[in-house]
Design a protein around this ligand. Structure first.
Ligand SMILES: *Cc1c(COP(=O)(O)O)cnc(C)c1O
Length: 403
């Protein structure tokens, strides 16, 4: 039995069988590459599902973790630590929102956001003001609250009853939105760019209408930027590139360079609805995670990574567009910055499996979409390598006739 087979066999015996993993055991990584148990190197367009924006083993992150781990990893929220307030200040400054709460994951950031919106709703309109509006095809996480906002049957089935009072509208259907929102709505929750949902953007017009409806009915507009936020679109918050500001924004994935940390940020008028004891966490906002998150934000700034995201993201988009023009199996390229998708007319997982053999990690979502969430350190030459592999794998398909 190889070392890889052994790892796989052990998991098969002892873990809840909730994942359908690829047959790859990653031992370590450096920059935009990961290395398996046999020493084989893979170019990484997945980045741990959008978490490893700085790739692996960034020297400044390694240094911050080493230093802080030797001082204090965890203290609990019974006491102050040196970094939680500083991180909140930094994120408030960057977002223009006023207060932060730190969780351990994206799901929990969503959960906290809707708890806050319910409190603010009840304060403004009594018990009846508790309805939530979310989008069909969305993904917000796996707890009962987040799952209740997730507009896909495959994630909900078998777990009913979920939260009552959630209405789903189709993305970009402004009429359906207007019909769904009323004075009993406490929040409209959406991903400005669907991630798991296949890299599909909300239109500016739709986002503006969400803002109008939320204001008109004193509901919170909540953006889930867990996947698209913190630089992936080329701006620190995706909403900054879209011109619509939410009342509450949830963030997580890349924030602490791979350590578990999430957060939601809120405008004061909503933040003021919560009081001592109404929400909390043992782990969230610990000194190690917060110090590393501050380092993450400093690195993004000092290494001009947003510029890189824009430039290399633009190049990736252009190359994916060429695939759409030339290969019958490639139907549409979507996204911006380094959150992009390629819509195929066939299942995407076999392509991902074949790319693995070629030394490139891609991800598939919604069955037929190839999703690209690479580290912000990606360069044009890495895009070229990924595209070469895609051409090889899509190339067995009929070529489109050129006009
Ligand atoms: C990943 C993700 C979540 C859930 O975050 P976890 O850290 O897995 O709990 C929620 N919303 C979006 C948009 C995500 O991409």
């Amino acid at each position: 039995m190889t070392a890889t087979d052994e790892v796989i066999a052990r998991e098969r015996q002892f873990l809840l069988q909730t994942y359908s993993r690829y047959p790859l055991v990653v031992q370590r990584g450096k920059g935009v590459f990961v290395v398996d148990l046999d020493g084989k190197r893979y170019l990484d367009f997945v980045a741990g599902l959008g978490v490893n924006a700085l790739g692996h083993a960034h020297p400044r992150i390694v240094k911050a973790i080493r230093e802080q781990a030797a001082r204090a990893i965890h203290l609990s929220n019974l006491y102050y630590n040196e970094y939680q307030g500083r991180l909140a200040e930094k994120l408030c400054g960057l977002s223009g929102l006023q207060r932060a709460f730190f969780s351990n994951s994206g799901t929990e950031a969503i959960e906290g956001s809707i708890k806050l919106a319910r409190l603010a709703g009840h304060r403004a309109g009594g018990e009846a003001k508790s309805q939530l509006v979310a989008l069909q095809g969305s993904y917000h996480g796996r707890t009962f609250g987040a799952m209740s906002l997730t507009g896909q049957d495959k994630y909900r089935k078998g777990f009913e009853p979920l939260l009552e009072d959630v209405k789903f509208v189709a993305r970009n259907d402004t009429e359906a939105l207007r019909a769904a929102v009323n004075d009993n709505t406490c929040a409209i929750v959406l991903e400005p760019i669907f991630g798991e949902g296949g890299i599909r953007e909300c239109s500016i017009e739709f986002l503006r209408e969400c803002r109008v409806q939320a204001d008109r009915h004193h509901a919170a507009l909540i953006f889930d930027e867990i996947q698209c936020g913190l630089g992936r679109t080329g701006t620190i918050f995706a909403f900054q590139g879209l011109g619509v500001t939410p009342d509450i924004v949830a963030i997580a994935k890349p924030i602490a360079a791979g350590l578990p940390l999430g957060a939601f940020l809120a405008k004061e008028e909503f933040a003021s609805a919560i009081s001592v004891g109404q929400h909390g966490t043992t782990f969230g906002g610990g000194p190690l995670a917060c110090r590393v998150a501050l380092e993450y934000l400093a690195i993004v700034e000092e290494e001009n990574l947003l510029e890189n995201v824009m430039r290399v993201g633009g190049y990736l988009q252009q190359q994916l567009q060429l695939l759409v023009e030339r290969y019958a199996a490639a139907q549409e390229a979507r996204g911006r910055g380094l959150i992009q998708g390629l819509q195929l007319d066939t299942p995407a997982r076999p392509v991902v499996e074949q790319a693995l053999a070629e030394g490139v990690l891609f991800n598939s979502t919604q069955d037929t979409v190839l999703r690209f969430l690479p580290p912000f350190l990606l360069q044009e030459k890495h895009v070229d390598k990924g595209i070469r592999v895609l051409k090889k794998l899509l190339g067995t398909k009929r070529r489109k006739s050129r006009e």
